[in-house]
Design a protein around this ligand. Structure first.
Ligand code: AGP
Length: 607
């Protein structure tokens, strides 16, 4: 998720823009830049790394100008370099653009613009927008952008500056947030409220495909067809900190609720024509086709996503798959060869255990691939190819949206591998891809369980132990639910395959602690019920996650949390939601430091 700030007014523009960039830093970024229009010329400064690098540059050479745009970049296409940093200026320096989102058809547009003589200087999809707008400009900025965005597919929030119009700033959005801030004699564009709070509390959030034309004296909003729209001005009452969390009390809760958007952004553009495809993957299909086994290596929550993927790879691609904890991987003597695909799953891309493991796999001849949320981080730079989750920055130490988007990417990869290996026909793949496309909506519905989960959390916040059980695709979620509770509330919890209970853990069961049972539809639903009966018969307290109206689960359970029914393959992304919310609300009830639990770090960059 990138940050956007724009200013048009009596000026100077730079201080307002710099202040906005500083207030956007919580969004995470790998580079930052600014453009102002000064006496008919664009003045651009952009730097990789921390915002301080850009500020130092501006101190050395201050920018004049009364209209401008600023941007903090969270890389999705192209590494975090100066060349790829925004703003991007068009071929003849008539247009400057900043962008948050992903343009899915950027390659096709790039080819068409190259044919029209445009040279590209960066690897970004954003640069395409700058050249396209210049190429289509016939004098009216708002009209030009309106026609240009009709050619864009994917997601975008853009700010656009025209060299011939020092009094105008244009904004437009589709699937990425953008707002207009109303000042006194000046107006602002921003990706979200914190950027403009000291300047104004009067904002209007643009709707999808709406455009805004900002001048010092006013704001005009139009729909995609040019129809004028009345600005829907709201008054922001948040302080800065809660505005950064978009009003949520913690980043973790915001990120739990961001999962539908994160999943949409991760899946979008990867299931077209019923074949999963990954434009960013630099591994040719023939190499993937040759692999004979998969080894997934990761830590913590990422390892749990790997365990879900094991079921998918073996079921859909018919390829033997094992999951090895990265912290153990190289201290054994792993049997790795040229026929092995080694997959590193990691949100941060900086986990030292995982980095060392995947380097070891590569040294032993494996084809190496990463599933990662941070473009340009260490692990993507250490492998043959990377598939990115598009979850946006994950600030809370407890991983949530990264987890569900990792599962989505790994399951897409399993379908792709299955088709490459001839284990899955296109006809058989189609319903699986449809199921993945529908996951964001199912997660949206699952989030409605929050009020009920909060009640359960308050009731059991005093428990000293929890057990979590699940089977098949939801077996890893037993581990994940237990981990979330441990790391957030400091309550001891264990995750088990439900079938294991009678091999020992059942001895623990009594009425002093709850067992969370994941009992949604699937191949082993009946088995799950009988495992739950073993617990209920011994006075165990069952908190069950079930599909709507499941009377059989309800009969066994003290509490039932309902989530939409989905094919078993994709159900872990849905059943993860109540597990995350339960851990979150127990931790809140215990007044824990939810976003920064004791003893933990967001990225464990030491062994
Ligand atoms: C998850 O909630 C934990 N914070 C932790 O287990 C995390 O998943 C693990 O450290 C791996 O981090 P990575 O995904 O950045 O590699």
């Amino acid at each position: 998720m990138c940050g956007i700030i724009g200013y048009v007014g009596p000026g100077p523009a730079a201080p307002a823009i710099v202040g906005g960039l500083q207030r956007l830093d919580y969004r995470g970024y790998d580079s930052a830049g600014i453009v102002v229009l000064d006496r008919g010329r664009f003045r651009v400064e952009k730097m990789p790394g921390k915002l301080e690098n850009l500020l130092a540059r501006l101190k050395a050479s201050p920018l004049a100008g009364t209209v401008g745009l600023g941007h903090t970049r969270w890389a999705t296409h192209g590494g975090p370099t100066q060349r790829n940093a925004h703003p991007h200026v068009s071929g003849n320096a008539r247009v400057a653009v900043v962008h948050n989102g992903i343009i899915e058809n950027h390659e096709a547009l790039r080819r068409r613009l190259r044919a029209r003589g445009y040279a590209f200087r960066s690897e970004t999809d954003t640069e395409v927008i700058a050249h396209l707008i210049e190429d289509m400009h016939r004098g009216n900025p708002l009209e030009t952008v309106r026609r240009a965005i009709a050619k864009l597919e994917g997601s975008f929030a853009i700010g656009v500056l025209f060299r011939d119009r020092p009094d105008v700033l244009i904004g437009a959005r589709l699937n990425s947030p953008l707002l207009v801030g109303f000042g006194e004699g000046a107006n602002f564009l921003a990706s979200d409220a914190p950027a403009v709070l000291p300047l104004t509390r009067r904002v209007a959030y643009l709707e999808d495909r709406e455009l805004a034309e900002l001048t010092p004296g006013g704001v005009r909003i139009v729909a995609a067809d040019g129809t004028p729209r009345e600005p829907r001005i709201t008054h922001i009452t948040w302080d800065y900190a809660s505005a950064a969390r978009e009003g949520y009390p913690h980043f973790m809760l915001k990120e739990i609720h961001e999962q539908p958007r994160a999943l949409r952004d991760t899946i979008r553009g990867r299931t077209d024509h019923s074949i999963p495809h990954f434009p960013e993957l630099e591994i040719e299909p023939a190499k993937l086709k040759r692999i004979r086994r998969v080894v997934i290596t990761a830590c913590g929550t990422a390892a749990h996503a790997g365990l879900v993927a094991k079921y998918a790879f073996e079921e859909l691609a018919r390829v033997p798959t094992e999951v090895v904890l990265a912290s153990e991987f190289r201290y054994g003597d792993p049997v790795i060869g040229r026929d092995t695909l080694a997959v590193a799953v990691t949100q941060s891309g900086e986990t030292m255990d995982t980095l060392c493991a995947i380097r070891e796999a590569r040294a032993r001849g494996a084809l190496t691939l990463a599933v990662c949320n941070v473009v340009g981080s260490s692990i993507p730079r250490a492998v043959d190819g990377t598939l990115y989750t598009h979850a946006g920055p994950e600030i809370g130490v407890a991983s949530t949206k990264a987890y569900t988007t990792q599962i989505a990417v790994l399951e897409l990869l399993a379908v792709r591998l299955g088709m490459l290996r001839g284990a899955l026909t296109r006809e058989a793949a189609r319903p699986l891809l449809r199921a993945l496309e529908r996951v964001p909506d199912a997660v949206e519905k699952a989030l409605r369980c929050e009020a009920g989960v909060r009640t359960i959390a308050r009731r059991y916040r005093g428990a000293r132990n929890f057990m979590y059980i699940g089977r098949r695709y939801n077996f890893p979620n037993a581990y994940e639910g237990a981990l979330k509770l441990k790391e957030l509330s400091y309550i001891h919890a264990e995750g088990y395959g439900a079938g294991e209970m009678k091999h020992g853990p059942l001895a623990l069961v009594d009425n002093t602690f709850p067992t969370v049972a994941i009992a949604t539809a699937g191949r082993v639903y009946e088995k799950m019920l009988s495992n739950m009966k073993e617990i209920e018969a011994r006075g165990g307290i069952l908190i069950s996650i079930a599909n709507p109206g499941d009377a059989r689960v309800r009969e066994l359970s003290r509490h039932v949390i309902e989530v939409p029914e989905t094919p078993e393959l994709v159900s872990p992304m849905v059943t993860a939601v109540p597990l995350q919310l339960l851990a979150y609300h127990i931790a809140v009830a215990l007044r824990r430091d939810v976003d920064k639990p004791r003893n933990l770090a967001k990225a464990v960059t030491v062994e």
